[in-house]
Structure formats: structure tokens, C-alpha cells
Design a protein around this ligand. Sequence first.
Ligand code: SF4
Ligand code: MG
Length: 458
Amino acid sequence: MCGIVGIANAAGAAEYTYVGLHAIQHRAIEYAGMVTTDGSDAFTHHGTGVVRQVFNQPILDNLHGRFALGHIRYATVEDKNSHQRNIQPLIATVGDSFVAIAHNGNLTNADSLRQELLNDGALFATSLDTEVILHRFMRASGTPTERLIKALDGVRGSYTLVLLMPDMMIATVDPSGNRPLMLGQKDGGYFIASESAAFQAMGVTRMREIEPREIIAITKDTIKTSFLPDWTAGVRRRCRFEHVYYALPSSIMFGQDVANFRLRLGRALELTSPTLDADYVFGVPDSATFIAYGYGASGRSGIYVPGILRNHYVGRTFIQGRQGLRDTGVSRKFSVVPEFVRGKKIALIDDSIVRLTTMPRLVERLRALDAKEIHVRIGSPQVISPCHYGIDTPTHSELAAAMMSLDAMKTRINCDSLEFLSLKTLRSLSSKPDDYCYACWTGQYPACMEPQENAAPT
Ligand code: SF4
Ligand code: MG
């Protein structure tokens, strides 16, 4: 997963970008980069680590200009041999001009598009799917918007993109609308971010979401909207996992308030999988906190208490590269409040089970503190299939629910009961359930996002 922040026409654009990226750091912690421009030259800085490790004040002082584009990322399935060159934004220079590009999402036909370009003499500097779009953009003719449309014609999969040129910033969202992108405003400048939480941190007013297919081109004097052709024939496949797990609860995306969605999710989970007479409801922080709060709202399945605390100085376990690191991450990451555990019946809520890294260790901790009963409830269905659109669940063999039965999972967790939210209930939480992607829970990938030759029915 990645995060993007773009600033068009604001003094201190680099500082704004830093603050914005830092606010959405939960989306990715491996790499960060920024390109700025003063209207003629490009200034760049890229590095490994979280935003505050990659940038400091002297570095920001050298990122001049009123336009800036920043990106944070972690390596996804197509990009396991990632290295310094793969850090975005990518930048191509032509004569005394340049184009920088930042991408969130994952293309599904990047390999064949790359091969076409290689056959045509293109030289690639990175192994990123994003570079395919950059090459196609560089080769296209017309206005920047026309070139972007030509570059994206035939590109499949998931993308939100922001491009920076000396005199213009362009943002677009793929026709399926798979990943979020927001537009904000302050003092005559325009702000773009993967999540609206970035706007809060930057003190920017959130205007609206950038719609699927929409292209927004911003110069120092103008902002213009146009649209990509409707390559998916109106089909939307917004990532449901964003609401369930990824986004900050303070964000609003795909027309739904994330906190409110998670509260409703928790209430629905309690209705379908109650833990009657439980003493307490715990949520695995931070992503399941709101779901647990919703689960405890009726009071009949236990009262929500902050029984598990999270050390915020340890990164998100899910997005750290190696299994060994993730394991130590879990034990360093959580502490449990003994007062809420001893002799108690506990409903333990998490948003999802992906690799089954966290839950067995937490239950072990609760057992060691003499919990009477532990009932695990999960706020989404079993994750049985990898995501091809930018979330790092690369193979079936890493997905617990793909590899073992519900009973085997329960035994491994060592809980008294284990229940997941049904797909039907998850779908019921939107007035437009068909506008969402559920592929990681169903294994049915949206046809509109697959390479055409392999397209399966949606
Ligand atoms: Fe999101 Fe899952 Fe679809 Fe990937 S497969 S886009 S994680 S809902
Ligand atoms: Mg979690």
C-alpha cells in the first residue's frame, strides 16, 4: 500500500507535504520521497524509512517551490526486489523539463505493457509497474491531460496517480475507483492526499473526493476537471479493506466516514456473533478499536474497555517485510491491562485475520493473565485470496484462512470460540454493495481490473 500527498500552489509546499505524509504514515513505512518545483527546476529527495527518518529541516529547505509531490510506500508482490531506485515519486527529465509521478495501487498487466515498451526500445530504471505509465506518458503527444489519457488507455488494475510537471499538477483515479484520493483547499492552493486525515494535519479544508475517471489539472492560475474514458463501463470496485482495516478512522473515503463504518461494523458483528454475558470487549488496537467499541455498544456482549494497549513507537506489524520481524513486533507492540483480564470472560475483536501473526500471541498473553474465557470475533470474512491491487498479501500460503480450516485456526489461536463477519453482513453495510471489491474474501477478482486475456466474470 502507498500514500500520496500533492500540493499545488502553496508557500511551504515541501513542509506541507512532509506533514501530510506523516499524517498518513500508517499506509506505508518502508520508503518515502518528494519532488518539488519552483516552476522550472525539479528538486528531489528519496530515502528508506518513515517520513521523519527520510526528511529533516535542511532537506526540506532545499526542496524549493510552491508545487510538491510526496509518496510513501512499501514493497508489494510485484516488487520484492525493491531497492533505492524504486522509491517514488519517479521522475523523468526531458531537455530542461521533467515529469514526476506517484502511484497508489497495483497494475495487473504491467508485465505485458513493459514488454511492449522494451520491444520498442524503452529502457527501464526501476522494476515498478508505475514506470510503465511514465514511459507511455513520455511517448504520448498532446496536452498533459491528453497524454495521460493515451498513457492509461489499455492499462489495467488499480491506480490513483498524481503527476508533477514544472507548471502543472495532474491527479487521476482509475475507472474502478479502487483506491481513494482526496482534494482539499487552503489560501488559493490545492491539496491532494490519499486520505483526508492528511488535510486535518495540514490545516487544509477537505473539498471532496476525486471521482473514478476524473482528471484534475492544476496550474498556478487554473484548476480544470476532465475524465478518462469509461473503460470499466461504469463498474466500480472500491477497496473494502480500506474501510475495514487500512484507513484512519478520522478519514472519510468512498462517501463513507471510516469511524462510523467501523462502529456499524461492530454492531453488526455483535448482532450476528454475540458473546452473551461477556464481561469485557477488547479491540486489537488501533485498527479494531472502533469495531470493538461498536461491538460493545448494546452492552449484552460485554462492555468495551481499552484492555489492550499499543506501543505507538513500533510500526504496523502487517506491513513489515519479514515474518521474523513481525513476530517480535507483535510482542513489543501490545501490552494488556491485567485488571480487565483476571477471571473475566472476554470478547476479543480484530478487524481481520491475514497471516495469523497477532491473535495467537495476544490470546497467550490473556491466558497467562488468567482470563476465564476468550471469544474471538473478526470484523470481516476470512481472507482467502491475495490482493492484486496493492495490498501486501502476496500468496495463498501466507494467508491463514486459505491454508487451514476454521477449527484449525481456533486451535492455533487457543480461544474458546472464533467467528467471522459474513460477506453478506459486510455487503449490507453499504447502500451500493456492488461498487466494492471483496476479492480477498471471495477469491473472485473483478473482471474490469484483470488483464483482458484472463478476465473472469465479476
Ligand atoms: Fe481491497 Fe481486498 Fe479488493 Fe485488494 S482484494 S482491493 S484488499 S478488497
Ligand atoms: Mg489490526
